[in-house]
Ligand binder design. Structure first.
Ligand code: V3L
Length: 85
C-alpha cells in the first residue's frame, strides 16, 4: 500500500497486478539490484527475471510471461487473477 511503483505480469489481453506481498518482495529485490526474485505463488515457485523482464515457473521455464514495473495507477485486469469489475 502507498507504494511508488507496482509490478505487473502479462495476461491474455492486458496486465495483472502482482499481489501486495509479492510486490513488496519484488521491490525489495529490484531495489537491492538483484537479478531475479523468487516468488511462491499458490504453492508454485516462480522466478521473476529482472534482466529479461519475464516470469516463469522454475520447474518449467518454457512458458514465460512478460513483467513490468510501473505506476500503481496504471489500468490493469485486476490483482493476481482477481478481476476488477
Ligand atoms: N500471480 C498470480 N497468479 C499467477 C501468476 C502471478 N504472478 N503467474 C501465473 N499465475 P503460468 P488471462 C493468470 C497463474 O504462467 O485471462 C491470471 O492471474 C495464472 O493466472 O503458465 O489470460 C489469471 O488468473 C495461471 O492461472 O505458470 O488474462 C489467469 O492467468 C496459472 O498461474 C487468466 O488470465 C499458470 O500460469
Amino acid at each position: 500500500e502507498n507504494e511508488k511503483y507496482h509490478w505487473y505480469y502479462e495476461g491474455r489481453n492486458g496486465w495483472w497486478k502482482y499481489d501486495e506481498r509479492s510486490n513488496v518482495d519484488l521491490e525489495s529485490a529490484y531495489n537491492s539490484n538483484e537479478t531475479e526474485c523468487l516468488l511462491l505463488l499458490a504453492g508454485t515457485l516462480y522466478c521473476v527475471d529482472f534482466q529479461n523482464n519475464v516470469q516463469f515457473r522454475r520447474s518449467d521455464p518454457t512458458k514465460r510471461r512478460r513483467v513490468k514495473r510501473d505506476l500503481p495507477t496504471l489500468p490493469s485486469k485486476g490483482i493476481a487473477g482477481i478481476k476488477i469489475i
